[in-house]
Design a binder for this molecule. Structure first.
Ligand SMILES: [Ca+2]
Length: 116
């Protein structure tokens, strides 16, 4: 599958109750054993802000989280040191995080998403 996709449905997330998300978005070819060397990283949320991602609402804050937030059950299993964590301020705040447009250059997209 090749083509350009935009925003909601591809790289956007909407907060639901107690939805903590650690997301590594990777487009790649997945052979029967292991990952292809040609995998392309689209976003890992390791930076000091959300970059070109569009942040709406209060659920995401100004930058990716570095792990578990106050009052939250321990968040594990994310990759690196940054993640999108919508528990900012507890379960109440809502929002939407939308990716910039990107071209899908592989047959699959891989997401690392968790929730509770
Ligand atoms: Ca990360």
């Amino acid at each position: 599958m090749k083509g350009e996709r935009r925003g909601v449905g591809q790289g956007a997330m909407k907060k639901r109750s107690c939805f903590a998300c650690c997301m590594g978005l990777l487009a790649g070819v997945f052979p029967a054993i292991g990952f292809a060397a040609e995998d392309l990283l689209i976003e890992d949320f390791e930076g000091g802000d959300y970059g070109d991602w569009k942040v709406e609402g209060e659920a995401f804050g100004k930058a990716p989280a570095k792990g578990t937030l106050g009052g939250q059950q321990t968040v594990t299993g994310f990759e690196g040191k940054g993640l999108v964590n919508t528990f900012l301020g507890g379960d109440g705040p809502t929002g939407k995080l939308t990716s910039p447009s990107f071209t899908i250059e592989r047959d699959y997209l891989r997401f690392l998403i968790g929730g509770g």
